[in-house]
Unconditional design. Structure first.
Length: 207
């Protein structure tokens, strides 16, 4: 798998960012939105770059069959720790796979999923297209692809809320920033991302 670039960030990510009020609210809001579009459990869900399972474990609790795929051994260790705190019935519905998202199709042996999630991943990639190929390929016919990523049209919001006015003004024309984990991130526009999905046979249904 090569060097684990997330090893030094696993604690900060799993026990820091996701444990804040912002992290908890974001996870809850996204979960509720997912439930509006997902087929009924026990539908199969693939969480690409799922980290410590903050988004996919609640789905397992709700009865979904979840495969969490992540390249980071450190993040998967966090996922295992959190998984051990869940009831046996929930744990039985979760499979952890260590693999890069760019190899997702091969890593799941060609299985097709009723829903493919990719939350908070695209922003760390300069070229998202190869991963988008994998996400769309792993979705079953009629399946759902759920993507959560930075909005290029809203880059000024966070610095403005923090009253960093110079940074906010500069962000109107920016696509890159240093994220909450101190790592460079990139944003996508809704229009561009929608077109990328359409070109792969996936029609956007909700934003």
């Amino acid at each position: 798998m090569g060097e684990d670039s997330w090893a030094g960030l696993a604690d900060q990510f799993a026990d820091g960012a996701y444990a804040t009020v912002k992290g908890l609210v974001r996870t809850y809001v996204v979960h509720q939105q997912l439930l509006e579009h997902l087929p009924a459990p026990p539908a199969a869900v693939l969480d690409v770059g799922g980290g410590a399972g903050h988004q996919s474990f609640p789905l397992a609790r709700a009865g979904y069959q979840v495969t969490l795929l992540d390249p980071s051994a450190a993040m998967l260790d966090k996922a295992r720790q959190r998984l051990q705190r869940l009831p046996d019935e929930v744990r039985s519905r979760v499979r952890l796979v260590q693999a890069d998202g760019h190899e997702a199709d091969e890593a799941v042996s060609g299985q097709r999923f009723d829903a493919v999630l990719c939350h908070g991943v695209l922003g760390y990639l300069e070229q998202p297209e190869p991963l988008l190929d994998q996400l769309c390929r792993c979705a079953a016919a009629g399946g759902i692809v759920s993507i959560l990523t930075g909005n290029a049209n809203a880059m000024a919001v966070r610095p403005a809320l923090e009253q960093r006015w110079d940074d906010a003004l500069a962000a109107f024309d920016a696509r890159h920033e240093i994220g909450v984990l101190g790592v460079p991130t990139r944003a996508d526009s809704l229009e561009e991302l929608s077109e990328q999905l359409r070109s792969r046979g996936v029609e956007p249904v909700s934003w």
